[in-house]
Design a protein around this ligand. Sequence first.
Ligand code: DGT
Ligand code: CA
Ligand code: CA
Length: 577
Amino acid sequence: MDNKQIARVFEDVSRLLEVRQDSPFKIRAYHTAARAIGTHAEELRDIVARGGDPREIPGIGDAIASKVLELLSSGKLQYLDELRGSMPAGVLELMEVPGIGPRTARRLAGELGIASVEDLEAALRSGAVSHLSGIGEKKARTLLREIETHRRRDTRIPIGAALPVVERILARLQTVPGVAQVSAAGSVRRFVEMVGDVDLLAVSESPADATRQFVQLEMVDRVLAHGPTRVSIVTDDGLQVDLRIVEPDSYGSALQYFTGSEDHNVALREHALSSGLSVSEYGITVAESGEIERFDSEEALYRRLGLQFIPPELRENQGEIQLAARDALPRLVTASDLRGDLHVHSNWSDGVASIEELAAAAVRRNYEYIAITDHSWGLGVAHGLDARRIREQGEVIRRVNEVIDGCTVLHGVEVNIKSDGSLDLPPEVLADLDLVVAAVHSALGQDRERMTSRIVRALENPYVHVLAHPTGRLLSERAPCDVDMGKVFEAAARTGTLLELNAMPDRLDLSAAHVRAVHGQDVLLSIGTDTHCVRDLQYLGVYGIGIARRGWCEPQHIANTMSLVDLRACLKHRCQV
Ligand code: DGT
Ligand code: CA
Ligand code: CA
């Protein structure tokens, strides 16, 4: 068992103890241990193998250490089995749905015999639950939305979980002798937010060697199919990966075909047919002569069809083929267009890096600016800043700016939007800051009307420059808030407030669909990573740019493509502070 699996077991123990209303101390001990193990760098099995002790990990005491040993030797935990046995079936599964706590789960499973998420959905739809268990109509609607999100998680995987796997496999395949070209294809290459499976393509002189190396990767849990030029595996994270090996002279055609989307490919074939050309995964057949043309690059293939190269992120048959035919595709933003990061947490609130470390990392990345936007005090958990600490932080930032070269640290804040739309810092504090990012963090379950007017009120606050993670969604974990985005876009345009594209892979908020929807509405976007450690800064050019491109963004749609001088002027002018 690896740390992730062990953590999962202790998390289950903690939850079952909670259902049983066991001692809060014990519940917390298992929860803390689960978190410590899940995030610990060294595998527990390696610690034990080198003669070490599980108690080396802070948060693990005697009782849990002996359970770790039991898990490592037998793969099972008797204590967990006993706990499960003492409780109605289904409580753990029900608690996977956000909004269902231990008390509700126990009541649903124990009194109503609801043993699965499917049972619950049926009961909610029929109204059976609301009569018996005090779950009102509004709560029932919220739960149904959460179930929807929960279900999608079971079948589709966030791009943020797929990309690291793709990168590891591609890096490995590149080292196999005879392999010339490798690429992701399918929905991953199109930067779809939730992907079904991963498609990879490679050119190789000896396909058998490449496929053999692939099935021998450590992450492979099982092999679904293994042919001479095509393999499908499932990784130990449950992700299906298909690899195809193709000939060098048809690589362009194959890559185009397997990148999809299917709708794009259908439309492309229709476009080609009108000029007597028939497109397949192997090449283009000229109808008149029957001659087959092959393409080693996608660029050449699209050119042959009289089209501009269409970036993968646009290939959804949403007008891209018609635009490409007129040479009128948008000039999509790229990572090198971005000049800085506009949402960064330091160890002044809940981040782990110091302002000095973040500034140094920004210099290394050639950023022109980086905005430190720590949480305000209203967020109890995050060591939020009050007026006094914001002043002290300003002093530190001034000193850092005196010593670093080529990059400016902007002094910002991520101010909390309270449930009535007011902020938890006074105007005179906000007025002194370079960048005020406002966000909703509490009362996420408000109804549509209240949530919308709450956010609109925050947008109307003259000190707010940016609305961060506008919908509050966590991919596969938490449904977006119930909010009228049309009204949010309208208010953002009217007040000159920027909307954030949060690049944290579990947020991606705004979504690509929302990003695309704001074009033409005079809404300016800002991309921020919501970084809590130096490593997360890399998300800007990966997920931030990926979603921006998928949302058809050109550089002028995004505030952080501007120079510092222009950015300052723009913030001042738009928000009229
Ligand atoms: P996913 O995996 O559900 O996130 O979405 P995709 O787009 O990656 O779909 P997938 O994995 O089934 O196939 C990858 C690409 O290969 C797809 O975008 C287009 C192409 N393709 C695969 N099978 C077919 C097919 O039966 N017909 C057509 N037209 N294209 C196909
Ligand atoms: Ca796929
Ligand atoms: Ca596939």
